[in-house]
Design a protein around this ligand. Structure first.
Ligand code: 13P
Length: 255
């Protein structure tokens, strides 16, 4: 286990927040605050904000991500966006398998795998989300569950493609609830995910993969979470919508 072998990535997941004009304004606010950060900084914005976001981050160290993509290149899939479309726009990252997509939009481990493969085949970087519900934690199946989610999501993903995958552990009970996993809980599950990667791809791949924590991460708790040996960054919801808070987390990751 060697933290120096992997990139620390702080990504904001704006979810369904910010119109295009609001997105441009927020990025302008964030830009000077994260300049010179010693970690990767990503903002994952709603589809309709991608264009202005890509323009706004030019000549800055901020990267732009989407929050989902379909698994086909094109076709009769009303309301969906394909990875080809994202790539052509200049999008670099895409979140796949967020628990809100799994819970509210029928996303399954199998469709998460299909979307992951499609995004990787198009050259996008994937932020793959896994995590348990509170009931599952109480049933004592967190370990098996995140290992299973990780394994299924990565079916047929090559070792080379894995270099473009970040995994985000997001316990569902900690998302938007203000109830953060303890640093120990986050580190433990991130370690389980890393062990799963080692079983599938070997030690070098496991040492190299960035595994984030997400779930009520904020300026106050980021330092402790990010200090954990298996926590290589954060996927930030609410706190990513406030420039100062997001920048404080980026700063905590840059030490
Ligand atoms: P919150 O930071 O608002 O809990 O959201 C976390 C999340 O779901 C990021 O993807």
């Amino acid at each position: 286990m060697n933290k120096a072998l992997r990139k620390t990535v702080i990504a904001g997941n704006w979810k369904m927040n910010k119109t295009p004009s609001e997105a441009a304004a927020l990025i302008e606010e964030i830009k000077p605050l994260v300049k010179g950060a010693d970690c990767e900084v990503v903002v994952c914005v709603p589809f309709v904000d991608l264009h202005v976001a890509i323009e706004a981050v030019k000549e800055s160290n901020i990267k732009v991500g989407a929050q989902n993509c379909h698994f086909e290149r094109s076709g009769a899939f009303t309301g969906e966006i394909s990875p080809v479309m994202l790539k052509e726009m200049g999008v670099e990252y895409v979140i796949i398998g967020h628990s809100e997509r799994r819970t509210y939009f029928g996303e399954t481990d199998v469709t998460v795998n299909k979307r992951t493969l499609a995004a990787l085949n198009e050259g996008l970087k994937v932020i793959l989300c896994v995590g348990e519900y509170l009931e599952q934690r109480e049933q004592g199946i967190t370990e098996e569950l995140v290992a299973m989610q990780t394994k299924i999501a990565l079916q047929n993903v090559t070792e080379e493609q894995l270099k473009n995958v970040i995994i985000a552990y997001e316990p569902v009970w900690a998302i938007g609830t203000g109830k953060t996993a303890t640093a120990e809980q986050a580190n433990e599950v991130n370690g389980i995910i890393r062990a799963t990667i080692e079983k599938l791809y070997g030690k070098a791949a496991a040492d190299g993969i960035t595994i984030q924590y997400g779930g009520s991460m904020n300026a106050a708790n980021a330092t402790e979470l990010l200090a954990q040996p298996h926590v290589d960054g954060g996927l930030i919801g609410g706190a990513s919508l406030k420039a100062q808070d997001f920048a404080a987390i980026v700063k905590a990751a840059s030490v």
